[in-house]
Design a protein around this ligand. Structure first.
Ligand code: SF4
Length: 774
């Protein structure tokens, strides 16, 4: 059954089909076009088939060895990994050992019963040595062979090509019978293998044949849900093949077939067209494709070696010129990666997670929160001399207002008209890519200018983490050291009150105006401990601002004393507590908290603690720890929920995004979390926060500890007006593996701010001016 009647398709004009295909694409996929950064591994070029168009397959006399050796395979994969690839595409001839004694002898010699068994071993080797995700493109396979490959590949593929059984080009190819290939497609569905298939256009088949082939793919997908993409590939004649004098696929036929594929296939199935087989990419985009397939920065297209891959910037330019955005993906598409229990063998789940961003697309660069890699330049201009090197100058495009179309542009237009963004619109803003990211940042930058001007503030403060012993078991926390976790970094400690006061005195002498008190929930603490700490700090300093105790600490303190929270907070305030940090918020979405911090306060309890604090005049801030397991929908809920409380109380002073630092985090080490947000996601969190809180929270802070100085510079051009504290002795991020320094001084802040033409100003915790020393 097809969604569109074949006669209707055959009678329609190509422009009409293209227009309808674009509508389907826009509804199902927005304006995102993906590609897979891949390295191509031709495991064997021997093949038992003789297809009339093929230059890939060679006889044994024309290859150095029947198969690539394991060393050669890893060497190619390593080069791909170093160049930023996510996918290792294994392409190979079909069962060459059935035809060539040389292939049989090589396999026997190496101890492999079949080509597929060798492929299984090489996929595992590449996955384990490089982290690249294998995609096995091994042709028509039995159900057993498909199942063997499932634990070592993130996806598999086989071109259906055509269901016309009488094509001359397939006469010498026993694996190209329609029955055999359809059987493979359906077996892959039964095994829940995310699958790639496709049609070859211009090899002698008719338009009606193509509709029939696409319809069969659609039917298989409707039965099993496994066809993640369909390649529409145009035939090009190649010298030395039986079809060398056959005419190439006319461009009109290719465009017609792309549009028809988009209309015949269920809307969620992606339509891919190789970008290296056509000279003009715009008509392909106008026909409804939403994927360019694998593009390799390292290897040639071994199936079409005469056609070089377009450089990535040309692909990006062509895509963006059509009003679309380009995003890297994994070999497994997001719709499948987001349901790993169904679509991935357990052995492949972490390799996929480790390369995914929050949309289950491919991570765009090696930057990690707290890591040493410089971020990509997404907004603004350099160079700015920074730790670990220099940020390169960006394209001049980053200086002009980015021009975008589509859903992100519509939301930004609403922001321009003064509208408040709702949860869905916030999710849309988080989906921004390429020029859309610049556009979101530019709008956020303008909102920042309107709300707080050009001043960038900082506060001189010292962190005092009085204990790292904690009775709670937050899965992300590398800081706390329960008795059973002594093997994790650092030893358990509990500072004496005299240590705390000594640190306060030291901090004040060094010019700090604030101490930030946070720690684990020690089993010996009752609520009075926090009062004792405050009294000790006050004894050491009459003036220093005491910023301390998370919503968890005060809720737990009141609970352990059996005292109403409001009374307890009042006593803390009377003793000298001035403001509360917004940490312990993590993600204010209980489905995420149930995994990240199941025994901690829930969303409503966090909000309630701040509501009560605000009601007695204690101000606080909003944080969000993002990029571990959750999706943008949860980020949006967090922003909307905290904005609603701010409308009620007005007690939040600032928004502080805290990108998840993965390196030593238990949940990452247990292979259950991503490696933090990408830099694009991190930048957007600041920009979207600025937009979402417009009129309600006027200060957006960048954490230089987690973003690094180079990241903070870009955040300053995406809505940020505050660089937070000097944070002498910041232990929590460092425990999680962050490598940025423990102390930033005024000079360091100046180096970030001055090249941007902004003015640096020291502030108090409550954003007052710090009087100049007399
Ligand atoms: S995040 Fe806080 S509450 Fe959770 S385990 Fe770590 S120190 Fe304890």
């Amino acid at each position: 059954m097809t969604a569109v009647a074949p006669d209707d398709l055959l009678a329609a004009t190509t422009p009409d089909l293209q227009s309808r295909a674009r509508e389907v694409r826009a509804r199902a996929h927005g304006n995102r076009v993906t590609y897979s950064p891949k390295v191509f591994i031709p495991l064997t070029m021997l093949c038992r088939d003789r297809c009339g168009y093929c230059t890939f397959a060679k006889p044994p006399a024309r290859v150095r060895s029947p198969y690539l050796s394991p060393d050669e395979v890893v060497h190619i994969a390593r080069a791909g990994s170093a160049a930023g690839c996510h996918e290792a595409l294994f392409t190979l001839g079909e069962a060459p050992e059935e035809r060539y004694p040389a292939a049989r002898a090589w396999l026997d010699d190496q101890g492999y019963p079949s080509t597929v068994e060798y492929l299984v071993a090489m996929c595992a080797l590449v996955r384990d040595e490089t982290g690249l995700l294998p995609h096995a493109n091994a042709g028509a396979l039995s159900s057993d062979d498909l199942a063997r490959l499932r634990p070592v590949s993130a996806s598999q593929g086989m071109m259906l090509e055509s269901l016309d059984p009488d094509l001359a080009c397939h006469r010498g190819a026993p694996d190209k019978t329609p029955e055999r290939r359809l059987a493979t497609l359906n077996a892959a569905g039964r095994l829940a293998i995310p699958f790639t298939t496709g049609v070859l256009v211009g090899i002698g088949e008719s338009r009606a044949d193509r509709v029939r082939t696409l319809s069969a793919i659609a039917d298989s997908h409707r039965a099993h849900g496994h066809v993640q993409e369909v390649i529409v590939q145009n035939f090009l004649p190649k010298p030395g093949t039986a079809m060398h004098d056959h005419p190439p696929c006319p461009p009109e036929e290719l465009l017609w077939t792309i549009a028809v594929a988009r209309l015949v296939l269920p809307a969620e199935v992606h339509v891919q067209v190789p970008p290296n087989l056509s000279d003009d990419l715009r008509p392909l985009l106008d026909s409804g494709l939403d994927d360019w397939g694998g593009v390799s920065p390292v290897t040639v297209d071994h199936v079409n070696p005469e056609r070089a891959w377009p450089a990535l910037h040309l692909l990006r330019d062509a895509t963006e010129a059509a009003g679309l955005t380009l995003a890297p993906r994994l070999t497994i598409y997001p719709g499948y990666a987001s349901d790993p229990e169904r679509w991935l063998d357990p052995a492949m789940r972490f390799p996929v997670l480790d390369r995914a961003d929050a949309d289950d697309l491919g991570r765009e660069d090696p930057w990690c929160s707290g890591g040493v890699e410089l971020p990509p330049l997404l907004v603004g201009v350099g160079p700015v001399s920074l730790e670990g090197g220099t940020v390169p100058s960006g394209p001049s495009a980053s200086r002009r207002m980015a021009s975008v179309a589509g859903a992100v542009a519509e939301v930004l237009a609403g922001v321009g008209r003064g509208q408040e963004v709702d949860e869905d619109e916030i999710v849309t803003l988080f989906s921004a890519r390429g020029p859309e990211v610049r556009a979101v940042a530019e709008v956020a930058d303008q909102v920042r200018r309107d709300e707080v001007g050009d001043v960038v503030t900082w506060v001189a403060n010292r962190n005092i983490n009085y204990t790292n012993v904690c009775t709670f078991k937050c899965k992300f926390c590398a800081f706390s050291k329960g008795p059973l976790s002594l093997n994790l970094r650092g030893a358990p400690y509990l500072l004496e009150l005299s240590d705390i006061t000594a640190r306060v005195v030291e901090a004040e002498e060094a010019g700090a105006t604030e101490v930030c008190l946070q720690g684990g929930i020690h089993p010996s603490f009752d609520g009075d401990y926090y009062l004792e700490v405050i009294r000790a700090v006050r004894e050491a300093s009459e003036r220093i601002h005491i910023h301390g105790f998370t919503a968890l600490e005060v809720t737990e303190g009141a609970r352990r004393l059996g005292e109403p929270l409001v009374d307890y907070l009042r006593r803390l305030k009377d003793a000298g507590l001035a403001t509360l940090p917004g940490t312990a918020a993590e993600i204010l979405d209980d489905s995420v908290r149930a995994v990240l911090c199941p025994d901690k306060i829930n969303t409503e309890q966090w909000l309630e603690a701040h509501r009560v604090a605000h009601s007695i005049g204690l101000r606080s801030n909003v944080t969000i720890m993002f990029g571990s397991i959750e999706r943008p929908r949860s980020w949006a809920r967090h922003l909307v929920r905290t904005r609603a409380l701010q409308k009620e109380t007005g007690g939040f002073t600032e928004f502080v995004p805290l990108p998840f630092v993965h390196m030593a985090s238990p949940i990452y080490l247990q292979h259950r979390a991503r490696r933090g947000p990408t830099f694009r996601e991190t930048l957007l969190m600041h920009a979207v926060g600025r937009i979402a809180y417009r009129g309600w929270i006027s200060n957006i802070q960048a954490s230089w500890v987690k973003m690094g100085a180079a990241g903070a510079v870009q955040a300053l051009q995406a809505g940020v007006n505050d660089l937070g504290g000097t944070l002498m002795d910041e232990n929590i991020s460092r425990a999680a593996g962050a490598s940025h320094g423990q102390l930033m001084d005024e000079e360091g802040f100046h180096a970030l701010v001055e090249p941007l033409g902004r003015r640096l100003e020291q502030r108090t915790t409550l954003y007052g001016r710090v009087p100049a020393p007399c």
